[in-house]
Write a protein that binds this ligand. Sequence first.
Ligand code: KG4
Ligand code: ZN
Length: 341
Amino acid sequence: MLALGLETSCDETASALVDGEGRILAEKVLSQLDEHRPFGGVVPEVAARAHLEHLDHLIAQTMAEAGVTFQDLDLVAATCGPGLIGGVFVGAMTGKAIALAANKPFVAVNHLEGHALSARLGTGLPFPYLLLLASGGHCQILLVQGVGNYRKLGGTIDDAAGEAFDKTAKLLDLGYPGGPAVEMAALKGDPARFPLPRPMKGRPGCDFSFSGLKTAVRLAVDRNAPLSDQARFDIAASFQEAVADIMADRLCQALSMAPGVGHLVVAGGVAANRALRARLQATADRQGVAFIAPPLSLCTDNGAMIAWAGIERFRLGLTDPLDFAPRPRWPLESLNANVIR
Ligand code: KG4
Ligand code: ZN
């Protein structure tokens, strides 16, 4: 089994070849950080053009590195949403063109399902498991019961977790991209110096809210202006600590809502944060469940998770027609209806 996976839904242009055992034969990820840095965030139009310019070469390099041709593929998988629609179009159309030209099945992959199944890539992790999906556009806790079988236990009622990191980085003038910048700054800071709020902590259910935390960061910045480097580091550390507290609390709640689940998985760009991973590992240990954090390169956007989700769906006979419409919004739970169990 050999799958080509394409990812273009945000600011990473990525392609990868994955086999049926979850081995990554070749993988290319091109970040568009330099293109977006002058704007302090991802500009959809700039992203779409950059995907268009680079995707062909990236695929050619991926194929050459693995020493395979399109004829060797069993399927072509491409992210068809949710995401920035201009970029999604580029990946979806390219994937469809390859599938058509080489006469191979096409799988339209939901980007969130790519993240959700990434923990099974090469690990054989069994269903069900509890998943915290925390990225630039999403923050939700899901019970992953099977391929295309998701139960959302909670989600953010305002900002996504990655968005909160990105906005905090902007307020602190830490540069772009925000998440890794906050993590670096926090390493040099005192997490106890600024008592920031923990919205939703202790509430029933496992929803999230980050907008109040963001406002509190803004107030701390204003009150301490002009910020010294140390104040910047301390606010970053205090913010990260608050996020860790909130996530640990929400996951404990979720575990109580899904008794019998033995694995807690994190995925999405925010799951690349080492401090958060350490905190969630400790939480899982205390709760008596195994903690699974995919390698950092599988947490941020990549083609391998798309190829793998393609393989998982293909094995269930779930391929898609070439007129499948790319979509900016595509809730994970809407996949449930399409799986024959
Ligand atoms: O999953 P992802 O690569 O793209 C989306 O699907 O959104 O996630 C990107 C998000 C950004 O908001 C970024 O700031 C955040 O993940 N992120 C981090 C870290 N690395 C990336 N947040 C906190 N700490 C990090 N080390
Ligand atoms: Zn993502």
